[in-house]
Design a binder for this molecule. Structure first.
Ligand code: SF4
Length: 233
């Protein structure tokens, strides 16, 4: 990130979202699966702030029994830093993270833990369908967010399509298959025709995985879900 910060800013990028699941290096490496150190992430965030990024979010996936002891340390670290820390309930994205409900720490419990030390209060969403519930520290030292995709589903107001690196458009984070967006873009169709094709695809969707999560079991169609590393969060 340090190497790219200036180039990203120069390219007119306005927002950054960065994953960091704790400040303990051993725990973070266990969570990220690629042995990536905490110091490099923190240095990247510092570099982004140095070059003028002001809209930076840090996403912390909370996995009960694995990194939930990092919650308060993370809150303390980013409180007053200008960075918005967001706590995400551990989800069954992809087919390889070994998810089960016993590993989910509900956002309400995360909020309770933080509130016991740093009092917080809820604030209004920035726009309809915003994924994270917004809270702020009562002392005015910043904002945090909660993404409660397991215990408080929000499929009914979901507006997120995702594009994979190989040009497939996915209508849901938990989709089994995508639509061939690359061929559409590279065709000789006009912008309007492409926009209409996307709208047609989107308006026909019936995705609401998080609402029906409980009825999906290992070995069902849902076990072939796209891995998050292909489509981002
Ligand atoms: S499960 Fe799918 S439809 Fe529901 S909120 Fe997540 S991405 Fe949107």
């Amino acid at each position: 990130m340090r190497k790219k910060a200036t180039a990203l800013k120069a390219a007119d990028l306005h927002r950054l979202t960065i994953s960091l699941d704790g400040l303990n290096d051993e725990i973070f490496k266990k969570m990220n699966d690629v042995n990536f150190p905490v110091t490099d992430v923190l240095d990247g965030i510092a570099a982004a702030q140095e070059v003028g990024f002001t809209n930076i979010k840090v996403n912390m996936v909370v996995k009960k029994g694995t990194n939930d002891q990092e919650i308060i340390g993370m809150a303390k670290h980013f409180k007053g830093s200008g960075v918005t820390l967001r706590f995400i309930e551990f989800m069954d994205v992809g087919s390889s993270n070994g998810w089960d409900m016993s590993q989910v720490l509900p956002s309400q419990e995360v909020a309770n833990r933080i509130n016991a030390i740093f009092p917080i209060e809820s604030i209004e969403a920035n726009y309809p369908g915003e994924v994270a519930q917004r809270w702020r520290y009562v002392d005015g030292s910043g904002e945090i967010g909660f993404i409660s995709s397991v215990t408080q589903t929000f499929c009914h107001e979901c507006t997120r399509a995702r594009i994979s690196t190989d040009g497939q458009m996915y209508l849901c984070l938990f989709a089994n298959e995508g639509f061939d967006f690359k061929t559409l873009l590279r065709s000789d169709r006009s912008d309007l025709e492409i926009a209409n094709a996307i709208m047609f695809t989107w308006s026909g969707r019936n995705d609401h995985y998080s609402e029906i999560r409980g009825s999906n079991t290992a070995g069902s169609k849902s076990s072939c879900k796209i891995e998050m590393s292909y489509i981002g969060g």
